[in-house]
Each structure stands twice: as structure tokens, then as C-alpha cells.
Design a protein around this ligand. Structure first.
Ligand SMILES: Nc1ncnc2c1ncn2[C@@H]1O[C@H](COP(=O)(O)OP(=O)(O)O)[C@@H](O)[C@H]1O
Ligand SMILES: O=P(O)(O)OC[C@H]1O[C@](O)(COP(=O)(O)O)[C@@H](O)[C@@H]1O
Length: 329
């Protein structure tokens, strides 16, 4: 029986993490479970940095980006001593369970702690990258798409005015989910993702041909290439310089960066966060351990934490084909 549980947010923050904290605290209260929130991700466990979370503490946080518990990466957890220390903190505070809101890296951390912890552990997928297996979408992804889209639409205005070629770099670590989705929604002429293989400097011809084709067909016009980070050695600024040289036309690079992590979560992220965090607490009560609460085909579903990062989550092959064969041609 769970009487006390811990909760933390870890890794890259994502819009909707607050909605998840709120839903977890409200659901726990309904089951008479006390909640302790650890601050700054796993560091809160190692540094004894925690606070009691009551329903009144999570009022009116659903609409805010970031996380009221703060987030961080925690080097110490990569060592067995760190994992042992984290488990000791959970035992000392008499916590029967721990709920972790984060990405697949945080879930690796959860597995490390589980080696030494006697209680239950459950994960809720929170990352803008949508690179976690076992759930159709992660909390924060939908908001990140809209944020990127808003920026690309604005870049389109200035690109149109100057008849320029723009390369817009979006986040995703080693996943092209954000780039593909935002690129499709923005009507980008080309999209480059790590899933297509790292582009090498001597392979620019494949990019140049469609640009020249578009120039022939449409005359001078704006041209937007959405580039997922880590797709080109040296980054998107280097790619823009290489393209400028190859084409003999100035190409501008715009790196969107951490703007994509902020902002008020869109409705879809608030709903997903509420559903997954509530489901996670209920499943803890039902005895779930070392599982992630995900959503597949609109159904909440448990998925083993150990498998969340086992294989690379595939970006939509239908959209990839359409973009490459029709939109980019
Ligand atoms: N293999 C691992 N072993 C132990 N802890 C890990 C491991 N991978 C990640 N973590 C912990 O999870 C934290 C967040 O992971 P990270 O990959 O940065 O973000 P995310 O959870 O969003 O994928 C790391 O800073 C570290 O504390
Ligand atoms: O904030 P940092 O440490 O610069 O990390 C940037 C990375 O974090 C992210 O924004 C989110 O990644 P995670 O959710 O896996 O932490 C990535 O898209 C990006 O590559």
C-alpha cells in the first residue's frame, strides 16, 4: 500500500510538466497519498532538497511552462554510488514510490535507482523531442511544434520580402520528430533530419538540385529548409555557409534553440499531461513498478521503462516520403 510518494521532473523541461505535477498531486490526494516533490531533478534526492506538495500548492500551475519543481541533469546519478545515495534518500523519507517526469535518459536514471530501492518507480514521458518509445506523444512535443511553427511563419515573411533562402535549425537531440512535424506544418521546401543519415559536406548536391529546380519553376522566391539539430557536422550555420558557397547566393541560418522549450502548454499537452500523470498514480496504487505511463491510440497504457529508449522511435514514413518526393522536388 502506498502512503507516501516522491515526484520529480528531470532532463530537458517541457511545457506540460506543471500540468503533470498538478494531476499527480490531485490524484494522490484522492487516494490519501502524501506527496514529496524533489527539486532540480535527481539532484533533489542527493541534496535533500524537497518540499511537501499539497493540492493547494498546485493550483493554477496548469497553464505555465517550465516546472515548479525545477529540472536539471544530474551527473552523480551515472555512478552506482549516486544511485545508491538516491535510493537511501527515498528510504530515509519513507517513500513507497517515486514518479519521474522526464525523457528516456531520466528513465535510465530510474532503473539505476531501482537497483537499490525497495519501493515502486513509475515514469511519465515529458520531453519536447518525442523520442520515447511506448507512447505516441510525449508531454511538451505539441507545444514545441506550435512554437517552432510560429517562428518559421515569421521567418517566411522576411524570407519572402528578401527572396532569401533560410535554414531554420530546430531541436530534437538525435530525433527528427520536431523538424519533420514543424517543417510539414510550415510548408518548408526541404526538411533535413538525423534519420536520413548525417549529411556530409560532399553531399550537398542533393540539397542544391531541388533549390535550383524551384528557382527555375518559380523564379525568385523564399525557400525554407528546416534542419534538425545534429544533422550536419559543424551545425546549421556551417551548412548555410557551405550552401551559400555552392549556390553563389547568400543563405541565412536561424537557430531557434531553447525558445522551443518554453511557453504556455497548448491544450493537447495539458490534456496528455493530466491523463498520463493521473494514470501513473493510479497504476502505482495497482502495483505498477518500473513502467512508463504512456498513451497509444488514445488509450493510456503501461510500457516497461527499460524499453523506452531501446530502439529509435521512427518518424512518420508517410510524411517523409511525401516531403521528399512531392514537396521538396
Ligand atoms: N544511463 C544513465 N544512468 C543513470 N542516470 C542516467 C542515465 N542517463 C540519464 N540519467 C539521468 O537522467 C538525467 C536526465 O537525462 P537526459 O538524457 O539529460 O534527459 P531526458 O530524461 O530528458 O532524456 C541525467 O542528467 C542523469 O541524471
Ligand atoms: O538544455 P540543454 O542542456 O542545452 O539541452 C538541449 C537538449 O535538450 C532538449 O531540448 C530536450 O532533450 P531532453 O528532453 O532529452 O533532455 C533537446 O532537444 C536538446 O538537444
Amino acid at each position: 500500500m502506498i502512503k507516501r510518494m516522491g515526484i520529480l521532473t528531470s532532463g530537458g523541461d517541457a511545457p506540460g510538466m506543471n500540468a503533470a505535477i498538478r494531476a499527480a498531486v490531485l490524484t494522490a490526494a484522492a487516494h490519501n497519498i502524501d506527496v514529496i516533490g524533489f527539486r532540480h531533478g535527481f539532484n533533489g534526492l542527493l541534496e535533500d532538497d524537497q518540499q511537501t506538495l499539497l493540492p493547494q500548492h498546485v493550483q493554477h500551475i496548469i497553464q505555465h511552462g517550465g516546472t515548479v519543481l525545477k529540472s536539471a541533469r544530474c551527473k552523480a546519478l551515472h555512478t552506482d554510488a549516486g544511485a545508491r545515495q538516491a535510493a537511501e534518500a527515498l528510504h530515509r523519507l519513507q517513500l513507497d514510490a517515486l514518479l519521474i517526469i522526464g525523457g528516456d535518459g531520466s528513465f535510465r536514471g530510474a532503473l539505476a535507482i531501482a537497483q537499490h530501492y525497495r519501493g515502486q518507480i513509475i515514469g511519465v514521458p515529458g520531453t519536447i523531442d518525442n523520442d520515447v518509445d511506448g507512447t505516441d506523444f510525449t508531454i511538451g512535443f505539441a507545444t514545441a511544434i506550435d512554437t517552432a511553427l510560429d517562428a518559421i511563419d515569421k521567418i517566411r515573411d522576411t524570407a519572402d520580402a528578401f527572396e532569401r533562402i533560410f535554414l531554420v535549425e530546430l531541436m530534437g537531440r538525435h530525433s527528427g520528430y520536431i523538424a519533420l512535424s514543424a517543417g510539414i506544418a510550415a510548408g518548408a521546401e526541404q526538411i533535413i533530419c538525423p534519420e536520413f543519415g548525417t549529411l556530409q559536406a560532399n553531399e550537398l548536391k542533393a540539397l542544391i538540385k531541388p533549390i535550383q529546380h524551384a528557382q527555375l519553376l518559380r523564379g525568385k522566391s523564399s525557400y525554407i529548409i528546416v534542419v534538425a539539430e545534429n544533422s550536419y557536422p559543424g551545425g546549421t550555420t556551417a551548412l548555410a555557409e557551405a550552401l551559400s558557397t555552392a549556390l553563389g547566393i547568400e543563405c541565412r541560418a536561424c537557430i531557434l534553440g531553447h525558445i522551443q522549450r518554453g511557453g504556455s502548454p497548448v491544450g493537447a499537452d495539458r490534456i496528455l499531461a493530466t491523463k498520463l500523470a493521473a494514470y501513473a498514480v493510479e497504476q502505482l496504487v495497482n502495483g505498477a513498478h518500473l513502467m512508463m505511463a504512456g498513451e497509444v491510440n488514445q488509450q493510456a497504457a503501461l510500457y516497461p521503462l527499460a524499453q523506452t529508449g531501446e530502439r529509435k522511435k521512427q518518424i512518420d514514413p508517410y510524411l517523409v516520403r511525401w516531403q521528399q518526393q512531392i514537396a521538396s522536388d
